[in-house]
Write a protein that binds this ligand. Sequence first.
Ligand SMILES: [Fe+2]
Length: 135
Amino acid sequence: MLAWKPEFEFGIPEIDRQHKQLVEIGGALSEMITDQTQTDYYDEIMAMLKQLENYTVTHFAYEEAAFDAKGFIGSSAHKFEHKLFVKKLEKYFSNLEKIDSDQKGVLVELLTFVSDWLVMHIIKTDREYVELLKA
Ligand SMILES: [Fe+2]
């Protein structure tokens, strides 16, 4: 089960709030994986993908504007990681048949994708701008 951890917390309220949204998306994905009440989750998966897409658009733009305003030296490398996330997400939208035929498999994949992002990007890459943004 995906839950908010102290190491995700930066002490920057708006960014913490946005990062919590991603943890919530991860929580909803893991609930859907264990849920047995339906036989078809296609619409729910599409709704999750839409949520993730909206999240990347608003959150990445917010973060990038915030660190660029402070002249963050790691800006381009950081934006590149954001781009890779968006690209990976786009792939799902171009393979809707796979989503339909392997629903639980896709959910597990999406959950891994979100969990890895929390550990690899939020804990490591995002940490790099924290001091600068708080200064
Ligand atoms: Fe980021």
